[in-house]
Structures are given as structure tokens and as C-alpha cells.
Design a protein around this ligand. Structure first.
Ligand code: AMP
Length: 221
């Protein structure tokens, strides 16, 4: 099954989609993660991504599309994917429809995670990420067992993401409201959007997402 998690940057799409990977045995396709990996590799394309990412701006559609279609060709995504942070513009949404149609697939559900800007700012200021394995922590809500040491791989020194500072968070939110939120209408017209409150315990939000998906697509899960 193909479905996507939709919502403002910082709504918890990444965290929730990783949990859904285990539940539905479907890979997550997160364009932000793919771009960060490319940036880390130091390639020319990665440097191009960085120009936009570090400012909180959207990467141009043509560059994102290439990244996405390469990822979709990998064997693990042959039967479905959980899209996270994609599509972010109407152009991307329409292109995704075309690519999936070519594979006799379609987006079956769009989970809209709703979270206020205030909560997003609080989450971003406390978020820390392991530069070695990518594990994510929060200084107050999910601290590592030993201060500044990754529980998952033991790496010492957790970083704040470049785009987690307040100015960038606000800019990314404004980009979301202007360019990404309108994409919801595209999916609403197809009757496949489910609203889920993104505030609360992680387990509860995961449960709410699963319930909403079951109600919408039932036996397809
Ligand atoms: P994320 O990890 O999804 O929050 O994305 C981090 C940054 O990567 C965004 O602020 C954008 O600069 C860029 N990005 C990720 N996905 C997309 C996309 N689908 N379209 C355009 N830019 C993207």
C-alpha cells in the first residue's frame, strides 16, 4: 500500500513513519533524509540541496523528482511506500500520481498530522540528532540515557539540526502554509485524507494513525 504522512515540518512525520514501517512492513521514503544523505556525501547535488535546506526553503521540484523516482526503483519499494515530507508542492503531488500510475499504484491514504507552530518550536529547540547513525532525541521528552551520548550506537556528541533554529523553523512553517498545505485540497478531492491529532504520547499518536488508516482503507492493510 502507498500512503503518506502530511503535516508541517516538526509535526512528527519522521518519528511516526518509522514506527509505521515496522507495523506495515513497508519502507519509508523521506525526501529530507535522502537529501541529508546526499549532502553528507559531499556531492555536487548534495551541495545544491544545502543551498535551500540551510535556509529553510524548498528544494526545486525538478531536483526532488529525480531523487524520488530513483528511490522508487529500489526493490524494497516495489509493493508500496510510506511517503514522509513528500509531496510538498502541487507539482510534486501530480508527478507522484503519474509515477505511481505508471506502476499501477496510487496513494490510498493521506494522514494529516495536526500540530501547532508553538509545539513545533518547542520540539525543534530540544531536538538532538546523532551524526553517526541518525537516531533522534529530545532534551526533555526523550533524552539519551547518558548526556550527549547516542543510546543506539554509542557515538559521543549529539547535534542540533541546522534547520532547527527558530528563524529557520518559522521560515519552513511559512513555506509549508504557502506551498505545501494547498496540496491537501488535491487529496481531499479524492476523499483520502484522514485527520489525526499529532499532539500527545508517541504510542497514542501511532495508534490514532493506525485506527484512521483502518477506517479508511480497511482490509487493504
Ligand atoms: P524534512 O527532513 O522533511 O523536514 O526536510 C528538510 C528540508 O529538505 C526541507 O526544509 C527542504 O529544504 C528539503 N526538502 C525535503 N523534502 C522536500 C521536498 N519534497 N520538496 C522540496 N524540498 C524538500
Amino acid at each position: 500500500m502507498d500512503f503518506l504522512l502530511f503535516g508541517p515540518p516538526g509535526a512528527g512525520k519522521g518519528t511516526q513513519s518509522q514506527r509505521l514501517v515496522d507495523i506495515y512492513k513497508t519502507p519509508q521514503i523521506a525526501t529530507g533524509d535522502l537529501m541529508r544523505a546526499e549532502r553528507k556525501s559531499g556531492s555536487a547535488l548534495g551541495q545544491e540541496f544545502d543551498k535551500y535546506m540551510s535556509k529553510g526553503e524548498l528544494v526545486p521540484d525538478s531536483l526532488v523528482e529525480q531523487l524520488l523516482s530513483n528511490r522508487l526503483k529500489q526493490p524494497d519499494a516495489a509493493n508500496g511506500a510510506i511517503f514522509d515530507g513528500f509531496p510538498r508542492t502541487l507539482t510534486q503531488a501530480k508527478r507522484l500520481d503519474e509515477i505511481l500510475e505508471g506502476l499501477s499504484r496510487r496513494i490510498q491514504a493521506v494522514v494529516h498530522l495536526e500540530v501547532s507552530l508553538e509545539t513545533i518550536l518547542e520540539r525543534a529547540s530540544g531536538r538532538r540528532v546523532c551524526p553517526s547513525c541518525g537516531a533522534s532525541y529530545h532534551l526533555h521528552h526523550k533524552p539519551p540515557e547518558n548526556t550527549n551520548v547516542c543510546d543506539a550506537c554509542g557515538h559521543e556528541g549529539l547535534n542540533q539540526r541546522k534547520d532547527d533554529n527558530e528563524d529557520v523553523v518559522r521560515r519552513r512553517h511559512a513555506e509549508y502554509r504557502e506551498k505545501t498545505e494547498p496540496v491537501l485540497s488535491h487529496y481531499r478531492a479524492k476523499g483520502i485524507v484522514v485527520e489525526v491529532d499529532g499532539l500527545g504520547e508517541l504510542d497514542q499518536v501511532t495508534q490514532n494513525i493506525c485506527n484512521a488508516l483502518k477506517k479508511l482503507v480497511g482490509e487493504a492493510l
